[in-house]
Design a protein around this ligand. Structure first.
Ligand code: GLA
Length: 387
């Protein structure tokens, strides 16, 4: 039975009514990593791995939420929104943000589940917040825009889940378009869709299956290094508000003033913002081989200068680099310290790739990575199909 059917069946069993059903996809990011919180550009896309939400309105203040994957039911009310240590935090955070805009909202009945591999760095938490917020907005005709919903999702992760994330993930989940990447300016939130059609290449995620503990503290430290760099330069250049405004030349003027760490982190971000601009032109020109070369550069920048990679990710990218007949681009994706690499690979090469990479990875880490071919899909939406 499909995920959607399972969720609807469980909903009807629990609540004895027919639900409205929403799809909320996870995201990938082709290039533009650790640039969103620096006012830079990103190129994410919504994918064919998603949450399904079945929902119906209620007349009271209760949110009755059933997580199919965990077989867990939780209830909370509008007046009892406190961050704890469970998945329900993400939803409470969304409700808290809605309450600030419209205090007269009511509760919901919800059953949800997902086929997004957890810990793979496909932003399941942003998809959860975005899908739930979208469902709430539609059910009560609240009229919030997708941009407002992306900001609500981000605020939920920040305020209720303690993750100081950027805007990229919920934005991508909410604004994705079939067979396209988004080109998002994270400062103005202006965006465009860049079609991805290739007869030769496709996208493949390879999952390290690790998530090193360092991830969230290191993420905050990297943000801090970037903010320190900006604060220092701004003292003499008041128009500088983020690393987006800093050229490589300007950064070099301060080389002696910065410690090596701050310099390297800022330097990586400035390069990455430029690579992302170039990647858009290359994608539009259909030059995926040159775009792939930029992805390798991004990876080694993230590994050596930004220092958010790990041995598992580095091995996968090194293996890809040695197999240029199959891989034209490969890099770690997302915050780092585990999760997936994103790869541009020759179509129909997955089987040939899989065996060799599995064997190599196993020889070092005594476990095999997972492989997920992905397609680019519509962002969060209402679905009427029965499957
Ligand atoms: C995580 C965050 C995003 C972004 C990436 C790095 O996925 O949620 O906002 O900062 O890391 O590009």
């Amino acid at each position: 039975m499909s995920l959607r059917r399972k969720i609807v069946a469980r909903f009807e069993e629990l609540y004895r009514t027919t639900p409205t059903v929403f799809i909320a996809p996870g995201r990938i990011n082709l290039i533009g990593e650790h640039t969103d919180y620096n006012g830079g550009f990103v190129m994410p896309a919504a994918i064919d791995k998603h949450f399904v939400f079945a929902v119906s309105a209620r007349n009271d203040e209760i949110f009755s939420v059933y997580a199919l994957d965990l077989n867990e039911q939780v209830e909370f009310t509008l007046t009892d929104l406190k961050a704890g240590d469970s998945w329900v935090n993400y939803m409470m955070g969304v409700v808290a943000a809605f309450m600030q805009i419209n205090p007269s909202i009511k509760g919901l009945n919800v059953v949800f589940g997902s086929n997004i591999p957890m810990g793979g760095g496909m932003s399941s938490s942003a998809a959860l917040c975005s899908g739930f917020g979208f469902a709430l907005n539609e059910t009560y005709h609240l009229g919030l825009t997708r941009i407002e919903l992306a900001k609500i999702s981000q605020s939920s992760e920040r305020n209720f889940a303690g993750a100081n994330v950027g805007i990229m993930d919920p934005f991508a989940s909410l604004h994705g378009r079939k067979d396209s990447f988004l080109f998002l300016d994270c400062r103005s939130l202006a965006f465009d869709h860049a079609p991805f059609h290739s007869t030769e290449y496709e996208l493949l995620l390879i999952d390290t299956k690790v998530k090193h503990l360092l991830a969230s503290s290191a993420y905050n430290k990297r943000r801090q290094a970037c903010e320190e760099g900006v604060a220092y330069i701004r003292k003499q250049h008041s128009s500088v508000s983020s690393l987006r405004d800093v050229s490589k030349n300007l950064l070099f003027d301060y080389r002696e003033d910065f410690n090596e760490d701050t310099f390297d982190k800022c330097s990586y971000v400035i390069d990455e913002i430029e690579r992302t601009r170039q990647a858009l032109d290359l994608l539009k020109a259909g030059d995926l081989v040159s775009l792939g070369a930029l992805m390798f550069q991004t990876h080694w920048g993230l590994s050596r200068s930004y220092e958010v990679s790990c041995p598992e990710l580095d091995l996968l990218v090194s293996l890809a680099e040695k197999k240029k007949e199959f891989f034209i681009g490969s890099r770690m994706m997302g915050g780092g310290f585990g999760g997936c690499t994103i790869n541009l690979v020759k179509k129909e090469s997955t089987i040939a790739i899989t065996d060799e990479i599995k064997a190599n990875y196993f020889a070092t880490f005594k476990t095999e990575p997972n492989f997920y071919p992905v397609t680019l899909e519509e962002g969060v939406h209402l679905t009427k199909t029965a499957n």
